[in-house]
Write a protein that binds this ligand. Structure first.
Ligand code: AMP
Length: 184
């Protein structure tokens, strides 16, 4: 049970949960948002290309994103497992992830959906203060979640684990771990 994807709307607490879970499950936390922000901070060519998408809340083009993830998953620490946070964000990316894993003869164990009501999500985002947390960009990111990312819940229906994402960090990670254990 070590190859996992975390899905939920912006502000659902994916990053915080992913950190807690990666520690408990001893697998690397791979956040495409964090990878992009690191590139932007270091002003790499990839960062210069990605910046305008992050600033506007749009998705970085799949070609750029998929290659970055392919390289990250090829690193030794990801061989035995990983927790992906923020990838895939659409079904095209999910197909590419399937190919990357298929090439290595492995597959996802579960996709964890963090379920959080919209008012909680917006409140969390407004208090976070990240550069792309302005009201307009938040709204755009929520729209993209609904149109592009939510279809993944259907795509991954067979391996989907739905968890209530309201509560303390420990409560929620406890629920996720229990839900993963209870699965047969
Ligand atoms: P996050 O940290 O997951 O909220 O992501 C922040 C921003 O990074 C998003 O609004 C996108 O611009 C970009 N991003 C992160 N993950 C992806 C992805 N899988 N595909 C395309 N863009 C992404």
């Amino acid at each position: 049970m070590t190859r996992l994807v975390l899905v939920g709307p912006p502000g659902a607490g994916k990053g915080t949960q992913a950190e807690a879970l990666s520690e408990q499950l001893r697998v690397p936390h791979i956040s495409t948002g964090e990878l992009f922000r690191a590139h932007v901070g270091q002003e790499t060519p990839l960062g210069q290309e990605a910046k305008r998408y992050l600033d506007s809340g749009e998705l970085v083009p799949d070609s750029v994103t998929n290659e970055m993830v392919r390289e990250r998953l090829a690193e030794p620490d990801a061989k035995a497992g990983f927790l992906l946070d923020g990838f895939p964000r659409n079904t095209k990316q999910a197909e590419v992830l399937g190919e990357i894993l298929g090439d290595a003869d492995v597959s996802l164990d579960a996709v964890i959906q963090l379920q959080v009501p919209e008012d909680v999500v917006v409140a969390r985002l407004m208090s976070r203060g990240r550069a792309d947390d302005t009201e307009e960009v938040i709204r755009r990111r929520q729209q993209i979640y609904v149109s592009d990312t939510a279809p993944l819940l259907e795509y991954y229906a067979d391996i989907l684990v739905v968890v209530d994402g309201v509560g303390s960090v420990e409560e929620i990670s406890g629920r996720v771990l229990k839900a993963l254990r209870d699965r047969t």
